[in-house]
Design a protein around this ligand. Structure first.
Ligand code: DX5
Ligand code: ZN
Length: 215
């Protein structure tokens, strides 16, 4: 299983995203946390920022929508050039319809599960998705501690994915102490904010995390 290291610019310098993205050439893509202060109690940036980042980033973009009403916005992020657009299961009245709109607009579709959200109701829908994001902290803020009990959810989602071409992404508290356990449980895409941009040499951090995930 190819390991993907996906730094989150939530922990980068908000006045210098382009420069910070240029500091992580070893990363597989850039994870962009879009928060609306409604779905989560924090506010980051929206579509105009992602449209601009798509033009200046040498790496593909992975957009994590932590917003109400993803149907209003998701296709726009795909049209902006995001490789993957992930929305939260609870935020959409019809996750299948939202996923189809994302794919029709040219991006891969991702389904995010908050820590308290069971995976099982969504497992029959896996053919509609290219990625499942198992949140390993409560969404909203960087720098929180990894929620160990989420490893069991990762295992169950991995078993359900089987031989489908669906990535299993983990996000929250991923760092040198936690990434190997997440990889062993079946994750193959690792979002890391503070463990990358909180380091003096973020690219060295990406390489270290990759080595630990590859075991
Ligand atoms: C949290 C965001 C994460 C955040 C992770 O809601 O979805 O992407 O950047 O930050 P760390 O890696 O510091 O836990
Ligand atoms: Zn995220």
């Amino acid at each position: 299983m190819a390991v993907r290291i996906e730094p989150s610019i939530l922990s980068a310098d908000f006045t210098a995203f382009a420069a910070d993205i240029a500091r992580i050439p070893s990363a597989d893509l850039v994870h962009c946390d879009v928060m609306d202060n409604h779905f989560v109690p924090n506010l980051t940036f929206g579509l105009p920022m992602v449209q601009r980042l798509a033009r200046v980033s040498a790496l593909p973009l992975d957009v994590h929508l932590m917003i109400d009403d993803p149907d209003r916005w998701a296709a726009g992020y795909a049209e902006a050039g995001a490789e993957t657009v992930t929305f939260h299961a609870e935020a959409s009245p019809s996750p299948v319809a939202t996923a189809r709109a994302i794919r029709a607009a040219g991006a891969r579709a991702g389904l995010a599960l908050k820590p308290a959200t069971a995976a099982e109701p969504y497992l029959p829908l896996l053919d509609e998705f290219d990625q499942v994001l198992v949140m390993t902290v409560e969404p909203g803020f960087g720098g929180q501690s990894f929620l160990e009990p989420m490893l069991d959810k990762v295992r169950r989602v991995r078993a359900a994915i089987g031989d489908r071409d669906v990535r299993l992404q983990v996000d929250g508290g991923i760092g040198a102490e936690t990434i190997a356990a997440a990889a062993q449980a079946g994750a193959d895409a690792f979002v890391a904010g503070s463990a990358v941009f909180g380091e003096d040499d973020p690219d060295a951090a990406v390489q270290r995390l990759r080595a630990l995930a590859e075991g």
